[in-house]
Write a protein that binds this ligand. Structure first.
Ligand code: LLP
Length: 422
């Protein structure tokens, strides 16, 4: 469900015409719907109402302050993967004891920052990380609360770049070596083992991989408890997919419905969930204007003012994002390539796509762009990053100003000797 709908053939974000935002704020622009965002969080959170749980939004999907604040107001915690994400989460007012910290490459400075901020727990991904965390915690006279991220070797059947739970992936600790690592962790003075973490991938559209991995994890938890470990948290990660095109992922209720009976068996254990995409993906669109229509001898290009620097997913994962006009009217459909202004052939938003015949100067909306859209954008080709707007009912708010040319050279310096040379 989302609130980007046509009213009298005009695309609206909630009760605001998208055209109005594009004309005032310019393009490209990311537009998010506040009520869609809230609804997605609520539906997901409610689905797990039957068990003690905490939903930690995977803020790598969208780390805008206003988005984080919206979710924090609803009781969300955050799943972070860097010092920068911790900074953003704290700045948005997220309670530190609702923050969980994952990632294969945490540095000692990042660990120090997280320990002094009082995050709930670290999802530790290797023996070497455990050792460093123990040292850093010792220096601060703190105990680091830890869940080992276990790699269950389950195929999530998603794009290889976003599969994380296979033995060959860089993530987590092999499930068959996990007991050994838990023993090592228990022997470390400044580490307190509190849980198990597992995240097998992203944009997963079947329930089976989640169930298979949970079953393996439950066996591990029972084993660990027998050995005397107190496992108070089971972090199931994120990964639930959304509909971009024709996918039919399980609903949060179906997802929870398949997992809860297994979880209940565990008794005293708080469940942590780390959804990203399913919360914010369909709560956002990217609006872009067609700069040129360019028919060539082999195909028709629509050159738009959003490029792979604004939305990397099509270029990076060959991802499909629906494209719709802002003004709906009867017109023929033609096959086009929608491409950006970047100097790379890989710069496209859609290839060989049957779309209504768009006109030069017209606006189009790229759907399902709320997750991994702006957060993966860059300044490639020295393009200022897009503005972000949050719509709430019949009002809209700029939640990130479009970058200026001046922003592009922020922090860059010309050494004096170069000045002397001209
Ligand atoms: N937890 C951990 C430890 C993760 O690594 C991720 C995503 C999530 C949670 C959230 O997963 P989600 O619920 O959003 O599927 N850039 C890619 C997606 C990368 C996902 C990385 N990890 C894309 O645009 O498809």
């Amino acid at each position: 469900m989302h609130l980007f709908t046509y009213k009298q053939n005009e695309l609206y974000a909630e009760d605001v015409p998208v055209r109005q935002i594009a004309e005032k704020v310019g393009t490209p622009v990311y537009i998010y719907s506040y009520n869609t965002l809230c609804r997605h969080f609520e539906v997901f959170d409610k689905a797990f109402a039957g068990v003690e749980h905490l939903v930690c939004f995977a803020m790598k999907a969208n780390s805008n302050q206003a988005v984080l604040k919206t979710l924090a107001n609803m009781g969300a915690g955050m799943d972070i993967v860097s010092g920068g994400e911790l900074y953003r989460a704290l700045a948005a007012g997220v309670e530190p004891n609702k923050i969980v910290y994952a990632g294969v490459g945490k540095t000692s400075a990042e660990m120090q920052y997280a320990l002094s901020s009082g995050v709930l727990l670290f999802n530790v991904e290797s023996a070497a990380e455990l050792k460093l965390l123990n040292q850093v915690a010792g220096k601060l006279s703190k105990k680091a609360h830890v869940a080992l991220r276990v790699n269950p070797d389950v195929d999530p059947q998603t794009h290889p770049y976003i599969s994380t739970g296979l033995e060959k992936n860089k993530f987590g600790i092999n499930i068959y070596q996990a007991i050994e690592e838990y023993k090592t962790a228990a022997a470390l003075e400044n580490i307190q083992v509190v849980g198990v973490h597992c995240h097998i991938g992203s944009q997963i559209t079947e329930i089976a991989p989640f169930v298979d991995s949970l079953k393996k994890i439950i066996i591990l938890i029972k084993e660990l408890r027998k050995m005397g470990f107190s496992i108070k948290y089971l972090n199931l990660g994120g990964g639930l997919g959304i509909t971009y095109d024709t996918e039919t992922p399980p609903s949060p209720a179906q997802f929870a419905g398949a997992l809860i009976p297994l979880i209940k068996d565990l008794g005293n254990c708080k469940i942590i969930l780390e959804p990203g995409r399913v919360i914010v993906g369909n709560a956002g669109i990217l609006v872009t204007r067609i700069t040129y229509a360019k028919p060539t001898t082999s195909k028709k290009f629509l050159i738009v003012d959003a490029g792979m620097n604004d939305l990397a997913r099509p270029s990076l994962y060959n991802a499909h994002h629906k494209i719709i006009p802002i003004q709906q009217n009867k017109r023929a459909e033609i096959e086009v390539d929608v491409v950006g202004p970047i100097c790379e052939t890989g710069d496209f938003l859609a290839q060989k796509r049957l779309l209504p015949e768009f006109l030069q100067g017209e606006l189009m909306a790229v759907l399902s762009a709320g997750s991994y859209g702006f957060s993966m954008s860059s300044n490639y080709n020295s393009r200022p990053r897009a503005a972000e707007v949050l719509v709430f009912g019949d009002k809209y708010y700029i939640i990130k100003q479009r970058e200026s040319y001046k922003d592009l050279i922020k922090g860059e310096e010309i050494p004096l000797f170069l000045g002397e040379m001209s």
